[in-house]
Design a protein around this ligand. Structure first.
Ligand SMILES: Cc1cc2nc3c(=O)[nH]c(=O)nc-3n(C[C@H](O)[C@H](O)[C@H](O)COP(=O)(O)OP(=O)(O)OC[C@H]3O[C@@H](n4cnc5c(N)ncnc54)[C@H](O)[C@@H]3O)c2cc1C
Length: 372
């Protein structure tokens, strides 16, 4: 297959690249220190159309997965925190709203969601249910025509500022359903925010529900697992794109630094050891990008791609981690200093090893598929 981008895809990439260079990259360090992303910045991402890219018209623009991955990559080149929060909104936080609401509820929410005025998030993980989602204990009970949710979630991205919570809850022994809960619902508590190593501007918090009325059941009862499975490949392609964008930022900064830093009377990029780091970074990045585009392209062609998306996500996140690690070696003490962004990339990139399925879980899935 040919990975050449179409004119439209190239235009999307360029638009998001320019936006990232102008609006995100210059403030990425400040956002990391402040531990917050301004709503105005999210509204600007909304103006660019990112939050509606994957929704068909008229709510969105119905763009292909390759374009969505390109936009995600460029946002992540600016800041992984910002890109992760935006991807959460567009993919997990509001997809089920788009798929499964209609009438007045849809009218009220979907335009505001696409503009980035209302923020959505997804609540799956629990203190004792991470990779093993089926061990979740949050339950939903149907009483007098209303679904009431009770339980505790954790690691919920954007929870302190979220207006809408897409919540996975148990509705049977091996059955999960998906619910919409709105900020202000009785018994909904956004608890402690979790201090973390990286993606610090993208806040993650505990969220609990006590007999909390859901605004709506999203989709059919007990279908949560299959809805999640439908989305999993795209989540993995998107996480791979987050990793590629961060690795590109690390490589760009490292190439510039290695050309400017002089030791023993010459720029350090003249030393074989440094050249080897740069070369290995470029190879890892190119391979990660191609695998990500390949998995995205398969999605767009309607080809099976669960296995390919797992491989792309595993490779891209591990490769991007290696790229950021090498960047830190090239900058040495300045790779360890807060005044350079390399230490932030290295802290941030570890998130991509976890979100969208850990590397261990992906290896298990890939190996299972091989032995089928
Ligand atoms: C920054 C950040 C943001 C997040 N945002 C959200 C969010 O918005 N919403 C949400 O619901 N969740 C979110 N998460 C949670 C994330 O989805 C979970 O952390 C992830 O599913 C892993 O779960 P865990 O951390 O509990 O690890 P565990 O599942 O406890 O895993 C611990 C270790 O055991 C390994 N392991 C587990 N099971 C197996 C197995 N069967 N075979 C081999 N190895 C195994 C894992 O790979 C890992 O190394 C976020 C996490 C982070 C770090």
């Amino acid at each position: 297959m040919d990975f050449a981008l179409t004119d439209t895809q190239e235009a999307v990439r360029r638009t998001f690249a320019e936006f990232s260079d102008r609006e995100i990259r210059p403030i990425a360090g400040e956002l990391d220190k402040a531990g917050a992303i301004p709503r105005e910045l999210l509204a600007k991402v909304g103006e660019l159309g990112y939050f509606g890219m994957r929704y068909p018209e008229p709510a969105g623009t119905g763009m292909d997965v390759v374009s969505y991955a390109l936009a995600t990559e460029e946002l992540a080149r600016g800041s992984l925190s910002v890109a992760a929060a935006c991807a959460m909104q567009s993919l997990m936080g509001t997809t089920f709203l788009h798929r499964f609401t209609d009438g007045a509820l849809r009218e009220r929410l979907i335009g505001a969601v696409v503009r980035g005025e209302l923020l959505g998030t997804v609540c799956m993980t629990e203190p004792d249910a991470g990779s093993d989602l089926f061990s979740m204990t949050t339950r939903a009970a149907h009483k007098d025509g209303t679904w009431l949710l009770s339980g505790a979630k954790t690691w919920i991205t954007s929870a302190p500022s979220a207006d809408l919570f897409t919540v996975f809850a148990r509705t049977g022994e091996r059955a999960l359903s998906v619910f919409l809960v709105e900020r202000g619902a009785a018994g909904l508590v956004v608890g402690r925010s979790i201090g973390k190593m990286g993606v610090r501007a993208s806040v993650t918090s505990e969220v609990s529900f006590e007999n909390t009325p859901a605004t709506a059941l999203l989709g059919e009862q007990d279908k949560g697992t299959s809805y999640l499975r439908d989305l999993l490949a795209e989540i993995r392609v998107m996480t791979a794109a987050l990793a590629v964008g961060t690795a590109q930022a690390a490589l760009n900064d490292t190439v510039v630094y290695a050309g400017q830093r002089t030791q023993f009377g010459k720029p350090i990029n003249r030393f074989g050891a440094i050249q080897a780091h740069l070369a290995d970074m470029a190879v890892d990045l190119a391979a990660a990008r191609q695998m990500t585009r390949w998995a995205a392209w398969r999605s767009d062609q309607g080809l099976p791609n669960a296995h390919e998306a797992s491989m792309a996500k595993l490779f891209a996140s591990e490769a991007a981690h290696r790229v950021c690690e090498r960047a830190a070696r090239v900058l040495a003490s300045y790779g360890y200093a807060e005044e350079y962004p390399i230490e932030r990339y290295l802290r941030d990139i570890r998130f991509t090893l976890i979100g969208g399925g850990t590397s261990e879980i992906l290896r298990v899935n890939i190996a299972k598929e091989l032995s089928r």
